[in-house]
Design a binder for this molecule. Structure first.
Ligand code: FES
Ligand code: FES
Length: 159
């Protein structure tokens, strides 16, 4: 087994560990206990495994764990603040954008990065929101409530 020593953080907590070079970031995160990171398709199609690496969304199933050396990883577990849901998490609940919930952690992380990137932009159309979330599939909601949630979170000037 080939391993390398990695130093990185997850939701602000520092880690230093030996990691198998063949391991994906999704596998590593789930083994450590960040089980919000879902194993969906495993081939970069569904977005259920989306996390942020240095604030950029990645499909963690396709992302080698070794690539996070020195990086800051964010998962939805770390988005709660002072025991409260983040504005994005709260908007998903309030808008009924969650059904089975399997896609939700990945969507929330993508929405968070999307709104951070577009902060300060005057107009953000539903079409732009759709395009910004094209990499996240949901089998339950029909997407309208998800777009509503992104719009609602944006109104709160989130992130
Ligand atoms: S599990 Fe990673 S994109 Fe589907
Ligand atoms: S809520 Fe079920 S897959 Fe999206």
């Amino acid at each position: 087994m080939f391993t390398v020593e990695l130093t990185f953080s997850i939701n602000g907590k520092s880690y230093e560990m030996e990691v198998d070079v063949r391991k994906s970031l999704m596998e590593l995160l789930r083994e450590i206990g960040y089980t919000s990171v879902k194993h969906g398709c495993g081939v970069g199609e569904c977005g259920a495994c989306t996390v942020l690496v240095n604030d950029v969304p990645v499909d963690s199933c396709l992302y080698l764990a070794t690539w996070v050396n020195g990086a800051a990883v964010r998962t939805t577990e770390g988005e709660c603040r002072d025991g409260k849901l983040s504005p994005v998490q709260d908007a998903y609940v309030q808008e009924g954008a969650v059904q089975c919930g399997f896609c939700t952690p990945g969507l929330i992380m993508n929405t968070t990065a999307f709104l951070e990137k577009n902060r300060g932009k005057e107009e953000l159309s539903r079409e732009e929101i759709k395009k910004g979330h094209a990499g996240n599939l949901c089998r339950c909601t029909g997407y309208q409530t998800i777009i509503n949630a992104v719009e609602a979170a944006r109104k709160k000037d989130v992130c």
